[in-house]
Design a protein around this ligand. Structure first.
Ligand code: EPZ
Length: 418
């Protein structure tokens, strides 16, 4: 297992390029099953989740290649005839559940083991199942395998109890091949919902309204291959904005869509940081002293839950007391114990964390508990006095492309030890 060693105190300076969005990529890759044809996906991040999904599609009978340098995947799913994803295959990531929606759409059946993914709460899939059943599928769960099957998929009106990203995308995929019109109400509005909808339409689907809370899908008889480029990862971009702020640095972040970053940009400006936006880039200029901030995670366009852990690490050194309310996941404060080992003053009460700013964190051995917790510990290490050793960095590799290479290019003192 690899570890990251970080010596804190270096001001990050320079420019980094944001990679393609993990959470869009992990839906778009399974969605190629709907094409039953050759798809070319560009701007894919070179991360573990993409490699796992390539392996799964190949095991299902697909012909898939991924060129890391070109960040380009060629996926021919014409030879896939069925979908059975075992626990071994599906446990590596949450997004394995997208195999259900794509395969139900194309084959009218699928069997996928319960998904894996970050341990940040219970993460049920009842809304996915509700959508599949509304479309006419029978859903059975036995021995940890989700079986979905339908004689025929028929368009339906589906009102989501929770504006779930995963359920919105999964239902959208199955509905592409249902007869008639499907309406998803209370749909999630995250940028990658739009990205996946654009990809489905590039394959010949008819999805309208993605990005709003009402999405209409007119079923089509067949879909085909396409070439598509994934949007930039606003969570990676936000993480690097916070890293620049944590070191009082001066960093240009290239290949972004400013609109997607509004919640984080607004919050960092509130903390006293200077952020200049120009076209597809922005510049973050750090300050010696950071003001406290209160944050409540919400569905888009609220403050994203995936940046709650990174910004909480930053707030451990802000002046005053900050209040963080996590409204999406009930178990997303596990990393707090690791930050406290570095001297952070944090009290967690239910879904609220109260952070009392301290002068400086001090480096020690810590362990990542999930992907974004890993990012939070990297940020803490960049700020801390001395050396921080971060264990379980395979979590970080799932969602951040060559994080140490990008940080080294900004002057960080960081190295990976196996
Ligand atoms: C996606 O997870 C992302 N993962 C998560 O990012 C992200 O935190 C989350 O969306 C919210 O933005 C991927 O895209 C692979 P949800 P997902 O369904 O789809 C409840 C990261 O760090 N819920 O919107 O699982 C659920 O319990 C990862 O990149 C139900 O109750 O998120 C949670 O409280 C972590 N029933 C809330 O909705 C359901 O059927 C949000 O879940 C589905 C969800």
């Amino acid at each position: 297992m690899g570890k990251l060693l970080i010596e804190g105190g270096c001001k990050l300076k320079g420019k980094i390029n944001v990679s393609g969005f993990k959470n869009a990529a992990v839906a778009i890759i399974p969605a190629t099953i709907l094409a039953g044809d050759k798809c070319i996906i560009e701007n894919l991040p070179n991360i573990e989740d993409v490699h796992v999904l390539k392996r799964i599609l190949t095991q299902l009978g697909g012909n898939v290649s991924f060129d890391h340098e070109q960040k380009l995947m060629k996926a021919d799913t014409s030879k896939i005839e069925d979908c059975f994803a075992s626990y071994e295959m599906a446990k590596e990531l949450r997004a394995s559940y997208y195999l259900l929606g794509a395969s139900l759409g194309r084959f009218k059946k699928a069997r996928v083991s319960f998904p894996g993914g970050c341990n940040i709460g219970s993460r049920p899939i009842d809304q996915h199942i509700k959508g599949f059943e509304a479309l006419g599928a029978k859903v059975q769960i036995e021995h940890g395998i989700i079986h979905v099957e339908a004689e025929e998929l028929k368009g339906a009106e589906i009102y989501l109890d929770v504006a779930s990203v995963g359920a919105t995308i999964n239902i959208m995929m199955a509905a592409c091949r249902a007869t008639g019109k499907t309406i998803i109400e209370n749909a999630a509005k995250e940028p990658h919902i739009v990205d996946v909808a654009n990809f489905l339409n590039a394959m010949g689907a008819d999805v309208r309204g993605a990005g709003t809370d009402v999405i209409k899908i007119h079923g089509v008889d067949e879909m085909h291959g396409c070439t598509y480029s994934v949007i930039p990862d606003q969570i990676e971009a936000g993480t690097f904005m916070i890293m620049a702020a944590s070191t009082g640095g001066d960093v240009i972040i290239d290949n972004i869509i400013p609109k997607h970053l509004e919640p984080i940009t607004a919050k960092l400006r509130e903390m006293g940081l200077e952020i200049e936006e120009y076209g597809e880039s922005l510049r973050v200029v750090g300050k010696e002293k950071l003001k406290k901030a209160n944050i409540k995670t919400l569905v888009y366009p609220g403050f994203p839950t995936d940046l709650q852990q990174p910004i909480s690490a930053l707030l451990t050194q802000a002046e005053g007391t900050s209040i963080i309310t996590e409204t999406i996941y009930e178990g997303r404060f596990k990393y707090v114990d690791e930050l406290k080992r570095m001297g952070a003053q944090i009290k967690v009460e239910g879904n609220v964390a109260i952070i009392q700013g301290v002068e400086r964190l001090s480096g020690t051995e810590v362990a990542a508990t999930d992907l974004r917790a890993g990012a939070a510990l990297v940020i803490a290490g960049l700020m801390a006095d001395g050396v921080t050793q971060i264990d379980n960095i395979h979590y970080i590799d799932r969602g951040y492309e060559s994080i140490e290479k990008k940080l080294l290019s900004l002057g960080a003192k960081i190295k990976r030890v196996e």
